[in-house]
Design a binder for this molecule. Structure first.
Ligand code: URA
Length: 237
């Protein structure tokens, strides 16, 4: 791999910024300054330091974000802030993208990665990756609703797969936990709407083997642990 690509992949800036760092003599390879960004090296075999700090090369990056309401799950948007803008600076130059979407007003667990294959396999409809949401509903959610979710709900353009609905509190407004194995546009909102109820707030708390880290405040992100990554990779098989 080219040295400038390796430095950029470690989250140290764009490729041009990486070249500048290299030109300025701040990058050492195996202890020696190298000023040629085009130098090719084995990213796992060489010791690279930038401004005195050793950098760890990883081919791909995996972040868990606690998405706040009000930002878009996309890499670009002309009107609203995107989830990428929330990430610390070292992740801004990696080509991360969200795995699936949460509506702008929805919150919670969003996985961001630059590993297209992993993302693709988690999103493949045949994988039926379960996604669990906590929702506040206008209306008193009752046993008939649990049964309707379990049967699958007929929407205007498709019938949903069976879904799990647990009622945490039922009154004029109800608190529920919902698990669906699909990810169609506005799916949870549409399922409740079909039963005459309205989703007032929605927060994703789990996706496949990942659960939202309760220590992440809205807007905060962290890298997946090795254990979480292994669980995700097992899911992909
Ligand atoms: N279902 C919805 O309606 N919105 C989301 O963001 C996710 C699931």
């Amino acid at each position: 791999m080219r040295l400038d690509k390796l430095v950029a992949k470690c989250g140290l800036g764009s490729r041009a910024q990486a070249r500048e760092l290299i030109r300025s003599g701040q990058v050492l390879v195996n202890g020696l300054p190298v000023k040629d960004g085009g130098l090719t090296l084995d990213p796992l075999g060489a010791t690279v330091t930038v401004a005195g700090k050793e950098v760890n090369y990883c081919e791909f990056h995996y972040l868990m974000l606690n998405k706040p309401a009000g930002v878009i799950s996309a890499t670009r948007d002309t009107l609203h802030a995107t989830v990428l803008e929330l990430l610390p600076r070292e992740y801004q130059h990696l080509k991360l993208f969200p795995v699936g979407r949460l509506d702008r007003d929805a919150q919670g667990l969003l996985l961001l990665t630059d590993d297209g294959q992993l993302a693709h396999s988690l999103l493949a409809p045949k994988k039926q990756v379960p996604k669990t949401y906590l929702a506040l509903i206008r209306g008193c959610v009752a046993r008939e609703d649990i049964e309707a979710f379990a049967r699958g709900i007929v929407l205007s353009d498709f019938t949903t797969l069976p879904a799990r609905l647990d009622i945490l509190a039922a009154a004029e407004q109800s608190k529920v936990e919902v698990t669906i194995c699909e990810g169609k546009f506005h799916q949870v909102k549409r399922m409740f709407h079909a039963l005459g109820k309205e989703v007032l707030s929605l927060k994703r708390i789990a996706m496949g083997p990942l659960t939202l880290d309760a220590r992440l405040a809205p807007g905060e992100a962290r890298e997946l642990t090795a254990g979480e990554l292994n669980l995700l990779r097992e899911w992909r098989q």
